[in-house]
Design a protein around this ligand. Structure first.
Ligand code: PXL
Length: 293
């Protein structure tokens, strides 16, 4: 059963009619979540429907007194309307969610509007650099860990993976044994395929571990600049677009990593854009990469 599920990921057909539903917040300003997911997945040539988990004036990193409209009570009304209209999707990709109740709704959404052979891409989007984002707590981490078994591909960064598995977070100085211990623990939570982000085996390089079943591959890029908010969202969106368009998991991971690195390069030394990356400038490169495959 599990093996078959793993294979499913590898055999996503090239089919431009595929439709993605992405559930995450709209941070009206800040270059993250839905304001990057929608343009990026669309640029990959994939129809993208959105379900906002909340609307915030900005993201919660580096801004104060953020205004929030929580959509928890509205989500299932939207979904139930789609059921009535016979609307369904080939992929559910979730990012930043507003509450534990929303994590529970994800299971319901999957059952109600995701096609039987559809795929669920889960980005836990709750922590980075060893700390939880504002507003989340241990109970939220536990609830997110409980959702891992539902995913077809899990996209955690190292912090999120450590928090969900209880393994100590190491800022740097990683090695294969450490990474594979984490991947094993994520599998014990029920993960089938994992792209673990933010690992480093040597100074000046940063990368991802791609785990498909028992097969682990690594991909590293030059470490450029500092960390920016929303890079995980840009990674997840370009990964989703590439995978649904028909790339292998490994190729989708490489395309997404290169996209983010180039986005950071385009933002470095730009004092007017400290809150996120200028991904817009790199969309043509992403499209070129995908049309070349
Ligand atoms: O990029 C992740 C993210 C998404 N949405 C909101 C956030 C963050 C990270 O801080 O605050 C609202």
């Amino acid at each position: 059963m599990r093996l078959w599920e793993k294979r499913e990921v590898l055999t996503i057909m090239k089919d431009s009619n595929k439709r993605v539903l992405t559930l995450q917040d709209i941070s009206c300003f800040g270059s993250c979540s839905l304001t990057v997911a929608l343009p990026i997945i669309s640029a990959c040539g994939i129809e993208t429907a959105i379900l906002p988990s909340a609307v915030l004036s900005t993201h919660t990193g580096g801004f104060t007194d953020v205004e929030v409209c929580d959509f928890t009570d509205d989500i299932m009304r939207m979904v139930n309307h789609w059921v009535k209209e016979n609307i369904s999707f080939d992929c559910l990709y979730t990012g930043y969610l507003g509450s534990i109740r929303q994590i529970e709704y994800v299971r319901e959404i999957k059952k109600k509007v995701i096609n039987r052979d559809g795929i669920f891409i889960l980005d836990p989007a709750m922590a980075d650099n060893g700390i939880l984002y504002k507003g989340f707590d241990e109970a939220y981490v536990k609830a997110m860990a409980g959702l891992v078994g539902e995913s077809g591909v899990l996209l955690p960064n190292l912090t999120e993976a450590c928090m969900m598995t209880g393994i100590e977070y190491r800022k740097d100085d990683h090695d294969e044994a450490y990474v594979e211990e984490i991947l094993g623990a994520l599998k014990a939570l029920g993960a089938t395929n994992v792209v673990l982000k933010g690992i480093s085996f040597e100074e000046g390089k940063i990368g991802i571990a791609l785990c498909e079943g028992d097969n682990v591959q690594y991909y590293f890029t030059k470490r450029v600049g500092r960390g920016y908010h929303g890079t995980g969202d840009c990674f997840a969106a370009s990964f989703t677009g590439a995978l649904i368009r028909g790339s292998s998991m490994y190729d989708a991971g490489r395309i997404a990593a290169d996209f983010v690195v180039e986005g950071i390069r385009q933002t470095l030394n730009d004092d007017n854009h400290p809150y996120g990356i200028r991904f817009e400038r790199v969309l043509p490169m992403l499209i070129d990469r995908l049309t070349a495959c």
